[in-house]
Design a protein around this ligand. Structure first.
Ligand SMILES: [Zn+2]
Ligand SMILES: [Zn+2]
Length: 225
């Protein structure tokens, strides 16, 4: 049998149709076996199992009484299934939360994947723009609130290198509420000014030459400021 990584196994079991609990008829949840359980006495020989976490499942609700009467333990059991088989067994649990921490939330995983994809795509578009020195395209990505924060942060960094003076105003007006991006925006404005020997008039905020003694916009003296 070919060796499979945990990820490969996960992809395979995620693609499987969820088995139906034979005790309650509800679909079972995919469950990640805690690492410590593998290989010890409890070892199930598989990193993932399907478990019925339905709290009204008969097997589970009646299990409490049965365990108390038979073993004087406060425990019950849930139904478990080996992925890809018709084999259903019982797994002991000691509270209603027992084992729930390992339920794999497929939605959360899908969101995580989509996010990674979006970052990858964003980075590759940015790389192209950077090579072409397409500052306006980079600026559009930076201003797009639907882009991932990491992509926008990278866009801000790039604008410092390739952005033109007309990028400064939108950079200054952008409110993002993210400390890292905020800092990158400041840095980008600083770099654009440095490349163009410009700065902003401390009185009217218009862009002026770095060495201007009088602001050409508001007429105030800016020498030494
Ligand atoms: Zn059930
Ligand atoms: Zn001025």
């Amino acid at each position: 049998m070919a060796f499979e990584t945990r990820e490969e196994v996960l992809d395979k079991v995620l693609a499987m149709k969820k088995p139906i609990c034979p005790h309650c008829g509800e679909p079972m949840s995919l469950w990640e076996v805690p690492p410590l359980a593998i290989g010890d006495g409890l070892g199930w020989g598989t990193p993932y199992l399907f478990i019925c976490f339905n709290d009204t499942c008969q097997l589970y609700t009646q299990g409490w009484d049965h365990m108390k009467e038979t073993y004087a333990h406060t425990a019950s059991y849930r139904c478990m299934n080996y992925p890809g088989t018709e084999q259903f067994e019982l797994i002991p649990v000691f509270s209603s939360m027992g084992a729930k921490g390992q339920i794999i939330d497929e939605e959360a995983r899908a969101i995580e994947e989509a996010k990674k994809e979006a970052i990858k795509r964003g980075f590759s578009i940015l790389a192209e723009c950077y090579v072409k020195k397409d500052g306006p395209a980079v600026l559009r990505i930076l201003l797009d609130p639907t882009e991932e924060m990491r992509v926008r942060t990278k866009a801000a960094e790039m604008l410092g290198d390739i952005g033109e003076i007309d990028a400064i105003e939108p950079l200054r007006n952008l409110k993002v509420g993210n400390q890292i991006l905020e800092t990158k925006l400041q840095e980008a404005v600083g770099k654009i000014h440095a490349r163009n020997y410009t700065r902003e008039c401390p009185f009217c905020a218009e862009i002026i030459k770095k060495r201007a003694k009088i602001c050409k916009h508001c007429g105030k003296e800016t020498a030494g400021l």
